[in-house]
Write a protein that binds this ligand. Structure first.
Ligand SMILES: Nc1ncnc2c1ncn2[C@@H]1O[C@H](COP(=O)(O)OP(=O)(O)OP(=O)(O)O)[C@@H](O)[C@H]1O
Ligand SMILES: O=C(O)C1=C[C@@H](O)[C@@H](O)[C@H](O)C1
Ligand SMILES: [Mg+2]
Length: 178
């Protein structure tokens, strides 16, 4: 199961909770790229440019979408590459977590780890990215879920209900077994 959506939509937060609930492995593609590279995203953007990061991202998405059982949170820009979109759409269930720009802005404001937002007008950046990317998230998604006004735990319950119609079986996590 693969989560897509803009920065601040909650892919990492929801993905982690969902994986725990399902007893499945969770991987965040941004974290995976950082661990493979031995450097953080800001460093990769600074040294290799966005193009260098995107190459690393495509390799990561290709590898990770082949891992069985994975709950994968993708980076906000993963859908920009047609190859990534094909890997995602053909290899699993794709969930688009959709959040309005105001919500994205509030959730990302204090965090300096997203290089694309370290500009004087992050609202305009988020708006422009949303216009370009929203159709691509929709193109690749099997399920679309708004995340603006719902607590993460509630989101996970809603998502589990939707996933049942796709036949995603629930495994009871070891800590919940009696
Ligand atoms: N449903 C929610 N309600 C309230 N806060 C949330 C919700 N989902 C996520 N957040 C908060 O928003 C911030 C960003 O969330 P998160 O890092 O999960 O987004 P993301 O989609 O993974 O972003 P990125 O694409 O940049 O990795 C975090 O501080 C998180 O706690
Ligand atoms: O929206 C984007 O293009 C990005 C989102 C983050 O998840 C990271 O993948 C990186 O900061 C780029
Ligand atoms: Mg994330």
């Amino acid at each position: 199961m693969f989560l897509v959506g803009p920065m601040g939509a909650g892919k990492t937060t929801i993905g982690k909770l969902l994986a725990k609930q399902l007893g499945r492995p969770f991987v965040d593609s941004d974290w995976y790229i950082e661990s493979q590279t031995g450097a953080d995203i800001a460093w990769i953007f600074a040294k290799e440019g966005e193009a260098g990061f995107r190459e690393r991202e495509t390799r990561a998405i290709d590898e990770l979408t082949q891992q069985p059982q994975i709950i994968l949170a993708t980076g906000g820009g993963a859908v920009m590459c047609a190859e990534n979109r094909a890997f995602l759409k053909q290899r699993g269930i794709v969930v688009y977590l959709n959040a309005a720009v105001d919500v994205q802005l509030a959730r990302t404001a204090k965090d300096k780890s997203r290089p694309l937002l370290q500009q004087p007008n992050p609202r305009k950046i988020l708006q422009d990215l949303y216009s370009t990317r929203d159709p691509l998230y929709r193109q690749v998604a099997h399920i679309i879920m708004p995340t603006g006004h719902t607590y993460p735990r509630h989101m996970v319950n809603q998502l589990l209900q939707q996933l049942q119609s796709f036949g995603l079986s629930t495994v009871i996590a070891p800590e919940h077994k009696s």
